[in-house]
Design a protein around this ligand. Structure first.
Ligand code: NAI
Ligand code: MG
Length: 358
């Protein structure tokens, strides 16, 4: 198959980890006789410096023409004091909105060799395997008004959703649950927020269409606690944009590092943008020591969700798992035995393991 992939490396370690994932995708193309072509575009702080905008029109156009997009991360101290329209994350929020990527899938799975890398007890983390489905283009991060008022003495943000926006993300989550253990936890703050009460009603309305799925409603504060005290009780979690942002960073503790968590952001069709959950990590940027696995696993999600290449996706996931089992780990993982390696070496190990004759 022929596929055209746009790379948006972005800032900080974003460039280092996207280049690693590109190596992996090129190896997959060789192994499975596909043709993947790549094109790099600017986004975030780099785009501000080069083009005066965090999301140049040229970047949007290239993404629209692509079969899928792989993004690194955006942001860094250099742009922290910029005015709000010149902030790197405007690029990220903007591309999600432009491409209508409303469904953010974040699988969280403990790798067996990393169980002791989590600060949580092994018996708590063991066998945890969940999918967080986060609404990505509405809610608190996009609602208007969002502004300072009365000469800066007051401020407002808005949590707004249309019925249609809630319905489509809930259906996506039910569909995902049908392919897994058929348990859906809808997370909200219905004791306080009107938007959450409507969210709950809509889940109840859609539930009869999926009689095999067991549904549970949970308040977000309770969910935050249960996520790390009894993570195995979760299969699919569906939630509002900001709740999902926070819960998925929290869930990364189960995997031992933010550097292990991939994500897929999808529209109504199979088109998607794939990116690690972590940010641009300015504290380690440019040192060549970033963990590339979250981005490599994001590339696997691209193969699965956008290209329907399940065997290829599994090949990557197995290679990552095997690399960890052989003791290779980057510095962010709290692993005592085995060999601590840099980004380049970690990628080379995965690439070698991808080859059919290895
Ligand atoms: P961060 O995720 O960049 O880093 C948090 C901590 O985890 C740091 O100590 C970092 O070194 C470490 N870390 C993250 N990814 C790693 C990897 N792959 N390998 C090894 N260590 C890794 O979050 P932080 O520090 O809050 O934000 C830094 C910048 O990134 C900010 O400008 C922020 O706005 C931006 N950011 C961008 C995101 C995106 O592009 N999707 C998401 C989150 C933050
Ligand atoms: Mg986040």
């Amino acid at each position: 198959m022929k596929k055209h992939i746009v790379l948006l490396p972005g800032d900080g370690i974003g460039t280092e980890v996207t280049s690693a994932a590109k190596d992996v995708l090129e190896t997959i193309a060789d192994e499975f006789n596909h043709t993947f072509t790549f094109e790099s575009k600017d986004i975030g702080g780099t785009a501000i410096d080069q083009h005066g905008s965090p999301l140049p029109q040229d970047t949007i156009d290239a993404c629209r023409k692509a079969d899928a997009v792989l993004l690194g991360a955006v942001g860094g101290p250099k742009w922290d004091n910029n005015p709000s329209h010149l902030r790197p994350e405007k690029g990220l929020l903007g591309i999600r909105k432009e491409l209508n990527l409303f469904a953010n899938l974040r699988p969280v799975q403990g790798f067996s060799n990393l169980l002791h890398a989590s600060p949580l007890k092994r018996e708590v983390v063991e066998n945890s395997d969940m999918l967080i489905v986060r609404e990505l283009t509405g809610g608190l991060y996009f609602g208007t008004p969002s502004e300072r008022r009365n000469n800066g003495s007051d401020v407002v943000d808005t949590l707004a959703y249309s019925r249609e926006e809630i319905e489509r993300i809930i259906r996506r989550a039910f569909d995902a649950a049908m392919l897994r253990r058929k348990h859906l936890t809808s997370v909200d703050k219905a004791n306080v927020l009107e938007s959450s009460r409507m969210w709950r009603e809509i889940v109840e309305e859609i539930k009869p269409e999926y009689p095999e799925v067991t549904v549970e409603h949970m308040l977000v504060d309770a969910a935050a606690m249960k996520l790390i005290t009894s993570p195995t009780q979760f299969d699919v979690i569906v939630t509002e944009n900001m709740f999902g942002d926070i819960l998925s960073d929290e869930a990364s503790v189960l995997t031992g590092s933010l550097g292990m968590l991939p994500s897929a952001s999808l529209n109504e069709e199979a088109f998607g943008l794939y990116e690690p959950v972590h940010g641009s990590a300015p504290d380690i940027a440019g040192q060549g020591i970033a963990n590339p696995l979250a981005t490599i696993l994001s590339a696997a999600l691209m193969l699965r969700h956008s290209f329907r290449m399940e065997d290829e996706a599994k090949r990557i996931e197995c290679a990552v798992s095997e690399a960890l089992n052989r003791g290779y780990h980057t510095g962010d993982l709290n692993v005592k035995d085995g060999e601590q390696v840099n980004t380049h070496k970690m990628t080379a190990v995965v690439v070698e393991l991808l080859k059919a004759d290895s």
